[in-house]
Design a protein around this ligand. Sequence first.
Ligand SMILES: C[S@@+](CC[C@H](N)C(=O)[O-])C[C@H]1O[C@@H](n2cnc3c(N)ncnc32)[C@H](O)[C@@H]1O
Length: 237
Amino acid sequence: MSDHSAGKTWSRSRRLDPADFIKTNMRLAPVPSVPEVQLYQAHPGSGLRRLLEPDDDSDGIEAEPQPPYWAYAWAGGAVLARYILDRPSIVAGKRVLDLGAGSGLVGIAAAKAGARMVISAEIDRNGVVALRLNAEANGVAIQIREEDVTAGPPPAADLVLAGDVFYAQDVGQRMAPFLDRCLAAGIDVLVGDPGRAWLPRSRLCLLGEYHVPDVGGNGGSEPRPSAVFAFVPIKGG
Ligand SMILES: C[S@@+](CC[C@H](N)C(=O)[O-])C[C@H]1O[C@@H](n2cnc3c(N)ncnc32)[C@H](O)[C@@H]1O
């Protein structure tokens, strides 16, 4: 069946194996500003749309699929990865959750910096395949949770790393209460972000700043300021 006879260009994706697709159509290369980590990254010829699957909404109607966030290193993840690799004692010997892992960049950096255990949580099934391939390519072991962990209890972790998870209002509204529950459970939380619209600024304490390219945010290859923050309890709360 051709793309056109299927009616929608992305219907063909049901026959594609995501691991084969990623290895064939994406480029394994060091991340700009985090060259210690290699990722399968999209390029203009990747044709990623072929891999995307429609989501079924609550009425069973096919909706446009989620963009392939996992195919890029986002500025929030890049700044967090850079920060950790420059200060490995932050993660060394700890159990770390990489929340909204995408490509796996932050969790891979944590593993390289000496984390005892890394759990990467990602809801996109192609993203899960990509982060597994990326972990293998970097020679690190990562546990993957393919689910919305924000709906559940705090993880069995010492530290949560949240790279670029405030890019949309609905996502941010799920993340902040979950991060609050993590704090209440005694888990430290670090956020990496280039200043997205839904960043909960009043809850953040600046720890460091770097200039990194914002490839995922369509900011191009030009480095721009991005920051690492501690997520802190509500004042007086
Ligand atoms: C902007 S991308 C950032 C990816 C990566 N951290 C980085 O900085 O390159 C955000 C990712 O969070 C994932 N995500 C969104 N909501 C999530 C949830 N509730 N649980 C796990 N992952 C989620 C998305 O699928 C997406 O891959």
